[in-house]
Design a binder for this molecule. Structure first.
Ligand code: HAM
Length: 414
């Protein structure tokens, strides 16, 4: 039989699923602290949802699109923003604003699988609808920052880079670029952090003599207003105790819907050069799906890059099985007895796996170890008679003997 795995999509064996769940848990707790409510949607969308609204590169080169049995064109969602904008648009009269929503879902993009980029990834999306103030922009960036801090990251481990779409557009106009030149320039900028300075300059010179980035650095008068807003945002973030944030006009973001502030977060460690987070303000997308303007700002953060980040900085806690206790029958004849006790312990709140396959106690212990179950106990005639049970901590091999009623309490304390 050939290789029955599709390249770039994900199998989560329990040890990966454990890490994923740990990560999602931290994400959920952090964003819920800010008053964000979970929502959800299907992975299938009509292809028109994306037409001329998101990113040409994604729509033309990276979507998985097919015709269903009724002849409709269907796309596996490559991102959440069009979906959530459509959802908000169609219920905008009933919804309360400012609306704070989040989701953690999987997405599909036909990319070349490589470190930090796969064809299926999970993404946390956090979006705030109905507020135009820089305080809303600041909240979104702050949440992204808090998410990484909640994993135990220090400010030295990552950098937040902020820019403004208007800034680049104004600089484009000031430098007199054509639509074609602008498009080519944005493409080069989007790849900037994967090139050397020299390569970048060479590619820019091939497009224009009048580098708009230099205009921004020179603080040309026509861009003062957009710069002012970025400064207000940076000041707000500093006042909120966030210092690893900087203005970087080369942040462009590949999507058409952004209208103001845009940002990305990078690992300071060289080996992970892909963005961990990307987001920004998109004030007109909701309206494109019907009704009036609903300004919005938000971000997406992927599970692949965040796991690389946590591993690189050794921030991942030791993963253990969700199962607390492996309960082995003392002899194969004791299975039913042990099963009753397992049920008693489950009722007391423990996650208990019953030993089945092995005869020898030492084989049961080995199995528990391999399954990453932290505690082990044997149950048979002796335990039934005495009402006492010995709890072994697999890692240290230490044993504590306690009455059956005390097992849950002991395990929680160990
Ligand atoms: P994005 O920059 O395409 O933005 O994706 C955001 C994050 O998702 C990236 O920084 C990365 O962590 C992860 N990601 C994207 N593509 C892949 C991939 N192929 N493999 C692994 N991870 C990936 C958006 O998707 C916007 N819709 C975000 C947004 C929400 N803007 C406003 N609200």
């Amino acid at each position: 039989m050939g290789n029955l795995t599709y390249k770039g999509v994900r199998d989560f064996y329990p040890e990966d699923e454990r890490i994923k769940r740990y990560i999602f848990d931290v994400l959920e707790k952090t964003v819920e602290l800010y008053g964000y409510e979970p929502y959800n949607a299907s992975v299938l969308e009509p292809t028109e949802l994306y037409a001329s609204k998101t990113s040409e590169e994604i729509v033309n080169e990276q979507t998985y699109t097919f015709t269903d049995r009724g002849g409709r064109s269907v796309t596996l969602r490559p991102e959440m923003t069009p979906t959530v904008a459509r959802m908000v648009s169609s219920k905008r009269r009933e919804l309360g604003f400012p609306l704070r929503w989040y989701s953690i879902q999987n997405f599909f993009r036909y990319e070349k699988p490589q470190r930090g980029r796969l064809r299926e990834f999970w993404q946390l999306n956090v979006d705030l609808f109905g507020a135009t103030d820089t305080a809303a922009d600041a909240e979104i960036v702050e949440i992204a920052y808090r998410v990484l801090r909640a994993f135990g990251a220090t400010e030295e481990m990552f950098t937040i880079k902020i820019a403004d779409r208007n800034l680049l557009e104004t600089a484009f106009d000031a430098s007199g670029m054509t639509v074609e030149q602008k498009r080519a320039y944005r493409k080069v900028l989007d790849k900037k952090n994967k090139m050397s300075e020299d390569e970048f300059e060479k590619e820019v010179r091939a497009i224009t003599e009048n580098d708009p980035l230099l205009l921004i650095q020179k603080r040309d008068i026509s861009i003062e207003q957009a710069l002012g807003e970025t400064e207000t945002l940076l000041n707000r973030l500093n006042a909120r105790g966030i210092h690893n944030v900087e203005f970087d006009p080369s942040i462009v973001r590949g999507f058409d819907y952004y209208t103001g502030m845009v940002f990305e977060i990078f690992d300071t460690s060289e080996e992970n050069n892909r963005a961990l987070f990307g987001g920004g303000r998109y004030d007109y997308l909701v309206k494109e799906y019907g009704g009036e303007d609903v300004p919005a700002v938000g971000f997406g953060m992927g599970d692949v890059t965040v796991r690389d980040f946590l591993e690189t900085h050794t921030l991942l806690p030791n993963a253990r099985a969700t199962t607390d206790l492996y309960l082995a029958p003392a002899t194969p004849e004791d299975v039913e007895k042990a099963s009753g006790t397992a049920q008693f312990l489950r009722n007391a709140g423990l996650q208990v796996a019953l030993g089945l396959k092995h005869k020898k106690i030492s084989d049961h212990i080995k199995a528990a170890e391999k399954l990453a179950i932290p505690f082990f106990a044997v149950y048979g005639a002796k335990e039934e008679e005495s009402g006492m049970i010995s709890i072994r901590t697999i890692k240290t091999k230490e044993e504590t003997t306690v009455p059956l009623e005390g097992v849950a309490r002991i395990i929680e304390a160990l």
